[in-house]
Design a protein around this ligand. Sequence first.
Ligand SMILES: NC(=O)c1ccc[n+]([C@@H]2O[C@H](COP(=O)([O-])OP(=O)(O)OC[C@H]3O[C@@H](n4cnc5c(N)ncnc54)[C@H](OP(=O)(O)O)[C@@H]3O)[C@@H](O)[C@H]2O)c1
Length: 255
Amino acid sequence: MADSPLTTVLVTGAGGRTGQLAYEKLKQRAEQFVARGLVRRLESKQELGGADDVFVGDIRETQSILPALQGADALIILTSAVPKMKPGFDPTKGGRPEFYFEEGLFPEQVDWIGQKNQIDAAKAVGVKHIVLVGSMGGTNPNHPLNSLGNGNILVWKRKAEQYLADSGIPYTIIRAGGLQDKDGGLRELLVGKDDELLHSETKTIPRADVAEVCIQALQFEEAKFKAFDLASKPEGQGTPTKDFKALFSQVSARF
Ligand SMILES: NC(=O)c1ccc[n+]([C@@H]2O[C@H](COP(=O)([O-])OP(=O)(O)OC[C@H]3O[C@@H](n4cnc5c(N)ncnc54)[C@H](OP(=O)(O)O)[C@@H]3O)[C@@H](O)[C@H]2O)c1
């Protein structure tokens, strides 16, 4: 029997803000993809509509994510440790809020161990492409995000990126700028390297555009074995990006 022409794609962190968009986009392209999602909590599955293609598992426990990965062709990693604001912050009094991570859900456990588990499990079941979303800022160990909740979040994310780049599996590492909940497809997208975009005016990108780039990365050889920073021009400046092959062709860095 001929292989199915459809690509089965698992999105982890599918209950998250970008993960949800990626999962929904895949569902809308049923002529091309079989969508699957992985969420940590049953409530997240219900919020996504409760379909059988949404699996519940915890990336800190490899066994719990294997069923979702079995038979998948590609994996889009959109999980992340999520800092919580300490209660009692009063914005009217000025100052900055303080953040913390819940016990067991520090970046070391989620962004390092949890991502490593996903990469190892994907490799074990024969996944052919992994797209990993990380964050800009990782070249600076003193980046303020690292002191958030004493989590060193960018350090652990970068360690996982390196692990993926060394894994031998075709990969695409997307280091996004500040994420915005705005419409996608309306902006010119910019790729960069080594956090150079952080020193420009264009440091942000809608989550919907990040989700789109994740899916487009699965479709072009030009996206494989590459790592890049990703941001967007403000809406109305430049030309909205439509040619993703050309976008990925601009990238030459493997890490
Ligand atoms: N915020 C920014 O401005 C920014 C900038 C650049 C890059 N990024 C990166 O872009 C990516 C997407 O960000 P986002 O804001 O869209 O994500 P998000 O909404 O924070 O979602 C992260 C998801 O990861 C899940 N998760 C956490 N621990 C897990 C575990 N142990 N097992 C399974 N799932 C787990 C969470 O589930 P629960 O809700 O159940 O915990 C959540 O659904 C992240 O890697 C983020 O760091 C963010």
